[in-house]
Design a protein around this ligand. Structure first.
Ligand SMILES: [Zn+2]
Length: 429
């Protein structure tokens, strides 16, 4: 008979000399000890090896405001306290992060989730040597028009859940695959049920019915369609590109949106050099998105503005295109955001960690810069200060990594490191 170890050991007794921090450090598992279920209950997350706050006045003094051996207190849906775990206040509940890293939930400030259909064959063909052109959007337009509201909503819910599992707690999403007054406004209504960051993109491409008369389509986008869409959106966007809308058309569309109380953002300089970035700065757009082909004049304009350059490396990855030069923008003093551009044609990824890895490997960003851009940078691209940071008063949107440092997001590409997510103070993963 093999003696059982447990029967030889004395029953465990509480050890009054062991402090809680030591016990926490010995714990491998993330544990939750609920005391109250009221929404105003406070929760301490402690034993955080590396906490990204994005407050440069905290921790190591870098833009990430990195605190080692840190703790966070959540009260209701907000952050109530951030700091050294040895100084943490008493709370109702306690979570042991197990020596892992915590960072703000990702802010994905550019996605196109209201769509139907699939473009596997287009991707397959492109990866076999055919170049990408803006016309591929028409395939998704046909499928989206044919879909029911329920099908569109199910798609949004599916990709949102996918993004949440990868640490995204805020996302912007757009219309742009309807291109009729009815289909654009219903896309925005579907999106608005899931996020406040909704963008009217009637000007994604000229609707196929207007191919011979783009001016009439611009009149629709700035007239009847805008009237139907403005109540459901916060932002207006336009794809300023050869084959889509030129600078004058884009200016007219964004100006009409501004006059209806929508804030501008713009798909700019993705496939070629053009007027998009300078137009974004001229109109004080929150963000110029893509920024792959930039002149020095474009870079200087961004650097002297509060328009964020939102880089979307999933698009360059999925189209085998030239990478945007993040290093050049950062060195010029431009504020850079990183987002997925999740859409079925040119960037079918919902993974911000994947984009961080690409940005570090191929766009000249340091891991710290990429993590900042995917959190605080995304918030800046949405002109928000209540997300993308873990400081008192901000929303309690947090991502827990199964890793001791945020650097692992780039160091361990393709690995599902996100092991916990809190959104508005509630643990959702
Ligand atoms: Zn886009």
């Amino acid at each position: 008979m093999t003696p059982g170890r447990s029967s030889e050991r004395p029953a465990p007794e509480p050890d009054p000399t062991a402090d809680q921090a030591t016990k926490d450090a010995m714990s491998n598992a993330t544990t939750v000890s609920p005391a109250h279920s009221a929404s105003t209950a406070s929760t301490l997350i402690t034993n955080i090896a590396a906490l990204v706050t994005n407050d440069p006045s905290l921790g190591d003094g870098t833009p990430l405001g990195l605190i080692q051996d840190a703790a966070v207190v959540i009260e209701g849906d907000r952050i109530a306290w951030t700091g050294d775990q040895s100084k943490a206040p008493a709370t109702d509940n306690r979570v042991d992060a197990g020596g892992r890293a915590v960072l703000p939930g990702f802010v994905d400030s550019h996605s196109h989730l209201v769509f139907a259909g699939d473009r596997t064959q287009e991707f397959n063909a492109r990866m076999s040597g055919r170049p990408y052109s803006a016309g591929g959007i028409r395939t998704t337009v046909a499928a989206t028009r044919a879909a029911t509201d329920e099908e569109l909503e199910a798609n949004v819910v599916r990709y949102l859940a996918e993004a949440l599992r990868q640490g995204t707690t805020t996302f912007e999403t757009k219309s742009g695959y309807g291109l009729t007054t009815h289909d654009e406004s219903r896309a925005l209504r579907v999106a608005a049920r899931h996020t406040d960051e909704v963008t009217y993109l009637g000007a994604h491409i000229v609707a196929p019915e207007f191919a011979e008369d783009p001016a009439a389509y611009v009149a629709l986008v700035t007239g009847e369609m805008l009237d139907a869409c403005a109540p459901h959106a916060r932002w207006i966007d336009v794809f300023c590109e050869k084959g889509a809308f030129d600078g004058d058309q884009a200016r007219a569309i964004l100006a009409a949106g501004k006059a209806r109380g929508l804030y501008p953002r713009i798909h700019a300089n993705q496939l070629s050099y053009g007027p998009g970035v300078r137009l974004a700065v001229e109109l004080d757009a929150a963000s110029a998105d893509h920024c792959t082909h930039l002149t020095q004049e474009d870079v200087d304009a961004l650097a002297n503005s509060r328009t964020v350059a939102t880089l979307l490396p999933g698009a360059e990855f999925s189209t085998r295109a030239e990478w945007p030069d993040a290093r050049r923008l950062l060195d010029a003093g431009v504020t850079v955001a990183l987002s997925t551009d999740c859409n079925p044609g040119s960037s079918f990824t919902s993974s911000v960690p994947f984009c961080i890895a690409l940005a570090v490997r191929d766009m000249g960003m340091t891991p710290d810069e990429a993590v900042w851009s995917a959190t605080a940078g995304g918030a800046a691209a949405l002109r928000r200060t209540d997300i993308g940071r873990l400081t008192p008063g901000a929303y309690a949107d947090l991502t827990l990594l199964d890793a001791p440092s945020h650097v692992h997001l780039a160091y361990r590409p393709g690995v599902p490191l996100v092991t916990g997510v809190w959104r508005r103070g509630e643990r959702v993963l």
